[in-house]
Design a binder for this molecule. Structure first.
Ligand SMILES: Nc1nc2c(ncn2[C@@H]2O[C@H](COP(=O)(O)OP(=O)(O)OP(=O)(O)O)[C@@H](O)[C@H]2O)c(=O)[nH]1
Length: 223
């Protein structure tokens, strides 16, 4: 799992769970969807975030769509993330399209050991622009970063693609937990900012936030 920010989030989450039973357990909700080709690690990514565990062994493709909730606390605000795990297989696309429309955030994954999953990202972004809300928050994630010996997509290639589309980028590992929590916390911060946004208020730049946290991670054994 992640280091400093992750530890803070875990403490925040424990505190949220200890809230008195009568108080509402969250302040706002956000619908987040996991997208990307079959086998890139969407289900494992969600389970790592929700339960801190990694599903190894036989790969069982998701059928249709499923969701889990997790409350995270950012800047004192409890954000309930309703996270939808979609099936990456082509034959389920028409089912998942129907769910794009009311999603506030999309985590788009490719597998750094699988070139076609990276090449298909442009097609995914075309679909997103067709079916999702115009202001949906998108984050590009290069997953399976723990398998460096089989890497075929360089980190710079992910960064270049993300820059082209103006979205934040992280390399992640659903196996080790690297940057998993950071991805969801960045989304929660963005949703919190949008919920309280005032026309002349301070702005929150999710890309800058992710970049600053990445730098922290590389200097302090964050992974
Ligand atoms: N080494 C490594 N393996 C991973 C990682 N994430 C997922 N896997 C493996 O990749 C395979 C596919 O993972 P899933 O999470 O089921 O993939 P998915 O994207 O949900 O696939 P669909 O449900 O078909 O869309 C499984 O065998 C996982 O164990 C990771 O970060 N590192």
């Amino acid at each position: 799992m992640t280091g400093t920010p992750g530890a803070t989030a875990s403490r925040d989450n424990e505190a949220a769970e200890r809230s008195p039973p009568c108080s509402p357990s969250y302040d706002l909700t956000g619908k987040v969807m996991l997208l990307g080709d079959s086998g890139v690690g969407k289900t494992c990514f969600l389970i790592q975030f929700k339960d801190g565990a990694f599903l190894s062994g036989t790969f069982i493709a998701t059928v249709g769509i499923d969701f889990r909730n997790k409350v995270v606390t950012v800047d004192g605000v409890r954000v309930k993330l309703q996270i939808w795990d979609t099936a990456g297989q082509e034959r389920f696309r028409s089912v998942t399209h129907a769910y794009y429309r009311d999603a506030q955030a999309l985590l788009l994954l490719y597998d750094i050991t699988n070139k076609s999953s990276f090449d298909n990202i442009r097609a995914w972004l075309t679909e997103i622009h067709e079916y999702a809300q115009r202001d949906v928050v998108i984050m590009l994630l290069g997953n399976k970063a723990d398998v460096s010996s089989e890497r075929v997509i360089r980190s710079e290639d992910g960064e270049t693609l993300a820059r082209e589309y103006g979205v934040p980028f992280l390399e992640t590992s659903a196996k080790t937990g690297m940057n998993v929590e950071l991805a969801f916390l960045a989304i929660a911060k963005e949703l919190k900012y949008r919920a309280g946004q005032q026309a002349d208020g301070p702005s929150f730049q999710i890309r800058d936030y992710v970049e600053s946290q990445k730098k922290r991670s590389s200097c302090c054994s964050f992974v």
